[in-house]
Write a protein that binds this ligand. Sequence first.
Ligand SMILES: CCCCC/C=C\C/C=C\C/C=C\C/C=C\CCCC(=O)SCCNC(=O)CCNC(=O)[C@H](O)C(C)(C)COP(=O)(O)OP(=O)(O)OC[C@H]1O[C@@H](n2cnc3c(N)ncnc32)[C@H](O)[C@@H]1OP(=O)(O)O
Length: 240
Amino acid sequence: MSTPHNWTTYTAFLRTSRASESDLKYFALHPWLAPLLSPGSPYRSVPFFSRLEKGENNTLDRFFNRVINTNDTIPHAIALVPGDEWLALRRKELFASSTSSPSSSQQNVTGEEKEQATTEQETTQKAEYDFILLTSLAPSLSGFTDTAHGGLLSALFDEAMGCCTAAFRNDDDAVQELFTVNLNVTYRRPVPLPGVYAIRVRVEKTEGRKWWLKGELVGGDGVVRTSAESLWVAARKGGL
Ligand SMILES: CCCCC/C=C\C/C=C\C/C=C\C/C=C\CCCC(=O)SCCNC(=O)CCNC(=O)[C@H](O)C(C)(C)COP(=O)(O)OP(=O)(O)OC[C@H]1O[C@@H](n2cnc3c(N)ncnc32)[C@H](O)[C@@H]1OP(=O)(O)O
């Protein structure tokens, strides 16, 4: 078992960590991922947080960091996140008209600031998605023969979306923990096993404590095999 991490905030984790060489080497073998992994990519490769060991006495994320962290389930997974500048712009965009602003410094964004953000967006490297999970799926994740189980795909969307929201929460906990209250998954095409897939997600909008997200799962042929929409609700201040 690997050593538990010692980051104190998710933001610090995003800023300072890098995906393992073995995972990077593995995904680099798949040419369709090159635009996401090359030096010119708008994304940085970091470990998939949910997969990190949290310590013997900490039961956080056990499903992802133990049960489906094996050679015959999910042998490799990494996360791709936009650069700091782009994330900051997205924060401005998402919280400009919302009372769920993740930081007091981002509240009451004025028209002038919005305009400035638009200009900045034109010059900052644009990332179409707020979070991408690259994952290999091995044969033991099957429902139908050689096909990924639909429940597993839902769990992957939920987790990727959770990590996506975490990047927009602030270190000072101005936004409370977020929970999935609704997850609507559309199974469009089977997801063959074994295979390598990208789950790309984006926050569509926020309103008060509510956040709406969308996501898609694609393989090397670019076909959207599964898509998902979800609603997340931040816990009330002062706890549930
Ligand atoms: C590195 C350092 C360490 C730091 C670590 C930090 C972060 C971790 C980082 C990364 C995390 C990474 C990954 C996490 C990823 C995934 C985790 C898995 C996520 C899940 O898998 S989580 C499990 C399933 N999840 C639940 O276990 C939730 C059960 N639930 C509740 O606990 C309550 O539901 C609660 C508390 C959420 C809200 O309760 P509440 O009482 O505060 O809110 P209330 O009911 O008033 O709703 C407020 C407004 O939402 C609307 N609304 C509510 N529900 C709706 C629905 N279903 N459909 C449509 N609208 C709905 C209402 O209509 C109202 O709308 P309006 O305000 O407009 O009237």
